[in-house]
Ligand binder design. Sequence first.
Ligand SMILES: NC(=O)C1=CN([C@@H]2O[C@H](COP(=O)(O)OP(=O)(O)OC[C@H]3O[C@@H](n4cnc5c(N)ncnc54)[C@H](O)[C@@H]3O)[C@@H](O)[C@H]2O)C=CC1
Ligand SMILES: CC(C)CC(=O)C(=O)O
Ligand SMILES: [Mg+2]
Length: 364
Amino acid sequence: MKKIAVLPGDGIGPEIMAEAVKVLNALDLPLTLEWADVGGKAYETSGHPLPPATLKLAQEADAVLFGAVGDWKYDKLERSLRPEQAILGLRKALGLFANLRPAICYEQLTHASSLKPELVAGLDILIIRELTGDIYFGQPRGRRTAVDGHFPGADEAFDTMRYSRPEIERITHVAFQAARKRNKRLTSVDKANVLETSQLWKDVVTEVHASYPDVELDHMYVDNAAMQLVKAPKKFDVVVTGNMFGDILSDEAAMLTGSIGMLPSASLDANNKGLYEPSHGSAPDIAGKGIANPLATILSAAMMLKFSLNLPEAAARIEAAVQSVLAEGLRTADIWSEGTSKVSTVEMGDAVVKAITTTKTIKS
Ligand SMILES: NC(=O)C1=CN([C@@H]2O[C@H](COP(=O)(O)OP(=O)(O)OC[C@H]3O[C@@H](n4cnc5c(N)ncnc54)[C@H](O)[C@@H]3O)[C@@H](O)[C@H]2O)C=CC1
Ligand SMILES: CC(C)CC(=O)C(=O)O
Ligand SMILES: [Mg+2]
């Protein structure tokens, strides 16, 4: 029996997690689910966004299924107590340095994308984002009175962007290996024309390329990459980049697929133990309305079955069920278009479960 830590979190987190859990239960797998509070919810109940009991559960589990954390009402809290520190803390504590964000435009959603259908039809790119380094974790950071710069004496804030060679090497190996299993093209995204961290990034990626001569490598500056993603997204196969650039580019890529509610993710350590979460946040603007798209979370559960639990057939059943409900014309509000049927979060989850159980009945 494998143990899954289920951490729904805040905002739409509990709504989308309920649907993902429903789908996992429908598969009748040897899994034990254990729930814990995280983010703002945990702050309310225990005074910390990542309480020791939640961290212990995540560390002991075979995999973590995570909803989302955050709410505007916590914006004035000191940073270490804000809900977002929970996901950052989990990534760091579990060593989840490799974040895989597949941006796939399902055939049925070609018209839901913000781009022209011909630009996104058949789109299948994989963004690999380094997840435990960069400016999100770099020290020192803080507030001080400026002693130099344009305004000496002014209130000033600073963060530190940093990367070490081994950090870049390990994510680069993950990216080349992923590209090898796909179309053998890797784009490394940086800002080496300005940033020293990016120059090291580019040098290391180029060096590691020597071990993967069968994969075609190109380098692109992040501003150009942001532009190319909306100009000709299908030119990309695998993209590897740092934590902040990957955070931004993956939200951009989400819209190529129709909605950020479609983009799952896997965050892996060196042994493929992982945390699985949608690429979006807690969406406080739509929380409690029953309209959030649960598919990114459901597809994240499929990634969990594939990468951490060695249950690829079960994962494939979820993916097939998602395609089948989309083919039926069912759409949550974010991907709805004329001629399709608008459904709620719960109805979408129910439809995926029905598609799974129907397939099971036909097979048995
Ligand atoms: N991993 C995590 O837990 C993350 C947490 N956050 C936190 O989430 C909170 C909200 O951040 P935002 O910048 O608004 O980003 P967001 O991703 O939560 O929402 C951005 C927009 O996308 C929509 N959206 C997101 N998920 C959706 C879904 N499943 N179905 C339909 N529409 C969806 C929202 O309604 C909103 O209009 C903040 O506190 C932020 O720090 C943000 C990103 C990741
Ligand atoms: C707390 C943030 C770093 C989370 C986020 O935006 C993400 O991982 O995509
Ligand atoms: Mg993000």
